[in-house]
Write a protein that binds this ligand. Structure first.
Ligand code: DC
Length: 228
């Protein structure tokens, strides 16, 4: 197993952007576990299965292949990077993320990804369940308002029309947080040994610097310049 840094936290806290930048700075690989959950959800929607039916979703997830490359997410070999960010997939992913068989298989995919390389991984359960022995663990939060603003900005950048206003997005992420936190298996929570960082009012670079400092303190070699 390579070295692993985990970043968990709620929707819209900036985990993906921060994790990707941190991985670049360290020269490590970036693992977006939410993208795995989204890809299997897209597969389930396309297959027309009942998303809440455990035997159906267990069969489906065993039959698909999801590959994360540095700049794309592939479902059965086809680039689905844009399709997995649709509002429909975003809403439906919570249902598959509640599934014990889906979580068990994705946990294995995530561990396999880190088997022979150094990884910065982000999700909800990376420090608590998937990589309990991670080298350094972080839990990234931000105020509800800031997270809703970031999510709205994400949707707009992708040209997606959002029904409702900032308040609608706020309610949507609060619902997702409540669901992720209340989940019977692998609920979202900071690992006991995680450093909790509130990114409200901080820029991406500032957060990355805080993380790099903590990683350096834990003993990893941190390059002074971003690798080219
Ligand atoms: O981080 P995201 O918005 O791409 O996550 C998509 C969904 O997957 C979200 O509903 C939470 C869930 N998820 C999870 O349950 N466990 C993870 N490790 C990552 C994501």
């Amino acid at each position: 197993m390579g070295q692993v840094v985990t970043i968990d936290g709620p929707a819209g806290a900036g985990k993906s952007t921060v994790a990707r930048k941190l991985a670049e700075r360290l020269g490590w690989h970036f693992l977006d576990t939410g993208a795995m959950y989204r890809a299997v959800t897209l597969a389930a929607i396309r297959a027309g299965i009942d998303l809440g039916d455990e035997p159906s979703r267990a069969r489906l997830v065993r039959a698909v292949s999801v590959e994360l490359t540095p700049d794309s997410v592939r479902l059965d070999g086809v680039d689905v990077s844009a399709a997995i960010r649709s509002i429909e997939v975003t809403r439906a992913t919570g249902t598959l993320a509640d599934s014990p068989s889906v979580r068990a298989l994705l946990r294995e995919w995530q561990r396999a990804f880190a088997r022979d390389r150094n990884v910065v991984t982000e999700g909800r359960d990376q420090g608590t369940v998937v990589f309990p022995d991670a080298f350094r663990k972080f839990f990234l939060t931000a105020s509800d308002e800031q997270r809703a603003l970031r999510r709205l900005e994400d949707y707009r950048t992708r040209g997606q029309t959002v029904a409702g206003d900032l308040n609608a997005v706020l309610r949507e992420i609060q619902d997702r947080d409540a669901r992720d936190t209340a989940r019977a298996i692998a609920p979202m929570r900071p690992a006991d040994d995680a450093i909790v960082i509130d990114s409200t009012g901080l820029g991406v670079e500032e957060v990355v610097e805080v993380l790099l400092e903590a990683i350096q303190k834990a003993g990893a070699a941190v390059p002074t310049e971003a690798p080219t």
